[in-house]
Design a protein around this ligand. Structure first.
Ligand code: ATP
Ligand code: MG
Length: 468
């Protein structure tokens, strides 16, 4: 999104004798020298007036005073340059997740009145006063206005001092502000994490007091906040703050349960399951694909319920399997899409298999590395090793093998098809899959040369007389 376009909106509104400023996160980011993710403009023009002034607008939230003004076509094309598609690439995932927002949000100065559901104002009252408008915003650093013509900041809430001091402070009475909109509690943690700021003690203790009310926020919104905390860097700090504030116990009790779960020191000198998971989160690349980040968070979620002191050492039998079921419950609860759920579960389910890579038959290994988005599995394994004391032996071995294996040996053209089986007199049914899998495995293991060889293999191993 271009800064120049957002400023041009402010100027146009001013040419029509309205007051208008850049406001909120974009001002904060500009003062910090960061690229804003999106731009917001606030003005004394009503939604109807905004819609009359700009030729193209979307009245998505006109009842709340919000109108979207889209970027002109010419600029959209620049932002929409097609990107080269590379399968299974971490970078591609990241690029798609960070598509630029293509509208500037123009909001009328307003007061929010009554928050009886703990999520939305019951009513908004338009105002002509920018000072009134910023009082409804969440944190002082998000309550700054910028006059782009004079390049002057309007600060009615002490936001500039808090920006300099690195403090997240609620505007007004923190308990009241969090009671109005419980999502703000997660936003406080997210901003403190992103900017490595401290949450002001009064603000933090209000979160501790109200943390159980986070359940009133929709699960999608909770999920989106958590995903941002996980993928924007310093995720370890985010989860420490969630833990200390009591929010973790509410939104992800399964992660809270990791605290104090001892591990065998020979494999995990770093400490308990919670410590291990946080170390891993800290090492997540950022930006990071959401599924990798959630896979990392949940990979050992099955450990607390499977903890056992065996005679030789602490064990977590089948923790990947148990964890996969738990992760499924969590993904459903947080309303992840089916695609995301599938990938997160695959990461949890397969994370222990790297221990076996050197013992795998070629067919098993090839099928393993054919898992969708295998680079995420590999990356999770690397993070897992680096967050405990395990060597990178299996990681390096896997990478070397992948580099050595030609693509056609990993995904060869099938030597036998269902049609071939029909031609050979086999009747369709569940047996087909069994035969085709057996042929493919033999092919991947290098035991079959060509189709003739493969049909001989079928006739020998699946004689038709024995099946009828
Ligand atoms: P980001 O960089 O994540 O976009 P942001 O601060 O810009 O951070 P937005 O969600 O884009 O956050 O919201 C823009 C502005 O609207 C905020 O800076 C804040 O002033 C206000 N705002 C957003 N959500 C809330 C909320 N739940 N309660 C109060 N004010 C909010
Ligand atoms: Mg924003």
């Amino acid at each position: 999104m271009s800064k120049a376009f957002a400023i041009s909106i402010v100027c146009t509104l001013r040419e029509h004798s309205h007051r208008a400023y850049l406001v909120g996160g974009c001002v904060r980011d500009l003062l910090l020298g960061r690229e804003p993710a999106d731009y917001d403009v606030s003005t004394d023009a009503t939604p109807e007036q905004v819609m009359r002034i700009f030729p193209e607008t979307y009245a998505v939230g006109a009842q709340f005073g919000v109108v979207l003004v889209p970027l002109p076509e010419s600029e959209k094309q620049v932002l929409h340059r097609p990107k080269p598609i590379r399968n299974d690439s971490l970078e591609e995932e990241i690029a798609v997740g960070h598509t630029h927002k293509l509208c500037v949000e123009v909001a009328t100065f307003r007061r929010d009145v009554g928050y009886s559901d703990g999520r939305h104002p019951d009513e908004v009252q338009f105002s002509r006063d920018p000072c009134e408008d910023v009082q409804r915003r969440d944190f002082t650093i998000n309550g700054l206005l910028l006059d782009p013509e004079k390049n002057e900041v309007l600060d009615f809430v002490g936001g500039q001092d808090d920006l300099k001091a690195g403090i997240i402070r609620a505007i007004g009475d923190p308990a009241l502000r969090f009671a109005e909109d419980k999502l703000r509690m997660l936003r406080a943690v997210r901003f403190a994490t992103r900017f490595e700021y401290q949450i002001e003690p009064g603000t933090f203790s209000a979160i501790q007091k109200l943390s159980s009310q986070i359940s009133q926020v929709s699960r999608e919104r909770v999920r989106d906040e958590l995903t941002r905390m996980l993928t924007e860097g310093h995720a370890k700090r985010a989860f420490e703050l969630l833990d200390q504030s009591g929010l973790l116990q509410e939104v992800l009790p399964e992660i809270s349960a990791m605290r104090g779960i001892e591990q065998p020191p020979q494999f995990h000198p770093e400490g308990d399951v919670f410590v291990h998971t946080l170390l891993l989160l800290e090492k997540l690349p950022h930006p990071s694909p959401a599924t990798l980040a959630w896979g990392a968070l949940l990979h050992d979620v099955g450990k607390p319920p499977t903890f056992r002191r065996a005679p030789d050492r602490i064990r977590f039998d089948e923790h990947a399997k148990v964890g996969t079921r738990m992760a499924e419950e969590i993904c459903r609860r947080l309303r992840f899409s089916n695609d995301e759920t599938r990938q997160i579960l695959a990461l949890v389910e397969n994370h222990m298999r790297f221990g076996d890579v050197q013992r795998m038959k070629p067919s098993t290994f090839k099928k393993f590395i054919r898992l969708p988005k295998f680079d995420q599995h590999l990356e999770l394994h690397r993070l897992d090793c680096e967050s405990s004391h395990r060597s990178l032996g299996m990681y390096n071995f896997t990478r070397e093998q992948i580099a050595k294996l030609p693509a056609e040996s990993v995904r060869p053209k099938p030597l036998v098809t269902g049609d071939d089986l029909l031609d050979a007199g086999y009747s369709p049914g569940p047996l087909f899959r069994e035969i085709l899998t057996a042929v493919e495995d033999a092919q991947l293991d290098g035991r079959l040369e060509d189709s003739e060889d493969a049909m001989r293999f079928v006739r020998e191993n699946f004689p038709q007389s024995s099946r009828t």
